[in-house]
Design a protein around this ligand. Structure first.
Ligand code: PLP
Length: 380
């Protein structure tokens, strides 16, 4: 194994960022193709940047954020935090005590690690479920979490979603929805309702997933709960700072469902192209992906023996995609604990108009190189 723990993942991320920097310096930004679906955009005008002072900034942009956030997410009040993970941590810090229980329902494993990690910090018990028939709410449960769309873009069924919310509310337990990408994927592509409109008490979304905003977390929900979460966020410095809030406001204003809807038909075409030679690809709502499991099966099918773990294989292929083809995927640049699935999101700005044949050849070339490296190291 090459990557064993969070520190190794951090080092891997640092190497990937070095490669990105060298590509930008030597070949220019246009030689990079970010297909992560995370844009980290920072739309802003000169006048707006001039207002970015510690107290003037929040006075202007927090007010504007209330308006656009409530339009985007529903709910009574909004709160901007540093990341989705920060919003999850602040919620669990404020609503869950030691010895209490958190139940989490999601469409498919794995859950985002910030949820169990936050429960661990407060000393709460934690369970996750993907089957409604098995879903349980213990008596000492103080929070139910629902993931609207997983890191791999597996979207929850809307009826199941409502049922889980009803089960929690029957016991007077608040529901927090991790709608990091779901706030847009569920609504734009699956025509589902916003989490707050389905009855969720709190929702958090990531302002750089499938929208032109910065990496940040945007929360909305019942005013009373948002206030509690806000106090904790302020106590621990988890809240978003004025520059982030400014870019969030403009990111939401510039979000349109068109790119997502456009990607749906392109992904079917791209899936057919890559599936001529490979068995490992699966469709996602707005692109294709290769899970670590499927990559390992593909490697096994080619009769290569390797001592690398499934995760290492994903990381290695993602690094070759980046270094040789300029294609940025999450296993190369993700934070520790991020999914090792190699996902190609076709709704992103860099590839929205790209010829799919060219993209196909890049993916194919990188896999051949990956294959040659493995055969050189392994016992064939
Ligand atoms: C991306 C993601 C998160 C975390 O977002 P950060 O900005 O990295 O904190 C949490 N949950 C889900 C389902 C995600 O996809």
């Amino acid at each position: 194994m090459i990557v064993n723990n969070s520190l190794d993942e951090l080092k891997k991320r640092e190497s990937a960022l070095k490669i990105i920097r060298s590509i930008v310096e030597n070949e220019g930004r246009s030689s990079l193709y970010d297909v992560t679906g995370l844009s980290g955009g920072f739309i802003s005008s000169e006048e707006e940047l001039d207002l970015l002072e510690t107290y003037v900034g929040p006075a202007i942009f927090e007010d504007e954020l209330q308006v656009v956030a409530k339009e985007h997410l529903g709910g009574e009040k909004a709160l901007a935090v540093n990341r989705t993970s920060s919003g999850i941590l602040a919620s669990i810090l404020s609503l869950v005590k030691e010895g209490e229980h958190v139940s989490h329902f999601l469409a498919q494993y794995p859950a985002h690690p910030s949820i169990p990690r936050s429960c661990n910090i407060v000393g709460a018990d934690y369970d996750e479920y993907i089957d409604l028939n098995e879903f349980k709410i213990e008596d000492n449960t103080s929070l139910v979490v629902v993931t609207g769309s997983t890191m791999d873009h597996q979207v929850i069924d809307e009826d199941t979603f409502k049922e889980v919310i009803d089960m929690a509310h029957d016991k007077d337990i608040p529901v927090l929805v991790d709608d990091a990408s779901g706030a847009r994927l569920r609504t734009a592509v699956f025509n589902q309702k916003r989490a707050c409109d389905l009855g969720a008490d709190l929702v958090v979304t990531s302002t750089d997933k499938l929208m032109p905003g910065p990496r940040g977390g945007l929360m909305a929900g019942k005013e009373e709960l948002i206030d509690k979460v806000k106090v904790k966020a302020n106590q621990f410095g988890l809240e978003a700072q004025p520059p982030l809030i400014l870019a969030m406001v403009n990111g939401i204003k510039n979000y349109s469902e068109d790119n997502l809807i456009n990607a749906i038909s392109r992904k079917d075409k791209f899936y057919d192209m890559v599936s001529k030679d490979y068995e490992m690809f699966e469709k996602t709502p707005t692109g294709v992906m290769v899970t670590e499991d499927a990559l390992k099966k593909q490697v096994d099918a080619l009769d290569i023996e390797t001592e690398l773990s499934e995760k290492d294989l994903s990381f290695l292929w993602a690094m070759i995609l980046l270094k040789d083809e300029g294609i940025i995927t999450i296993p190369a640049v993700g934070m520790p604990g991020a999914s090792a699935t190699v996902r190609f999101d076709l709704s992103t700005q860099d590839v929205i108009d790209m010829n799919l044949g060219i993209l196909h050849d890049k993916v194919d070339d990188s896999f051949n190189k990956f294959f040659r490296q493995l055969s050189r190291c392994g016992k064939v």
